[in-house]
Design a binder for this molecule. Sequence first.
Ligand code: TYC
Length: 98
Amino acid sequence: MSETDLKLKQKTKVQKPKLYKVILVNDDYTPREFVVLILKAEFRLDMAQAEVVMLTAHQKGVCVVSVYPKDVAETKATRAIDAASQMGYPLQFTVEPE
Ligand code: TYC
């Protein structure tokens, strides 16, 4: 078997898990406390982690919340956006490949 064949074979056998970042986006309207609440409830961050992520997004514009398989990342981002929307807040999350 050629080296190329071996590489091809390895490629099909060893699949890298493709992970996606959920990114928190800053805005001027959503209360800090609500952002922290969402990060704890939907992304299972503890209080300290949630505060750091919220403040980083507040100061820099965006912050990576966590990484997940694609479907999990999209579901969590959608649920978080919907929860904020129901409260009348424009909070946004984006999902992008790691
Ligand atoms: N900037 C918001 C405020 O001052 C708080 C906030 C932080 C909103 C992070 C969104 O992703 C965000 N009330």
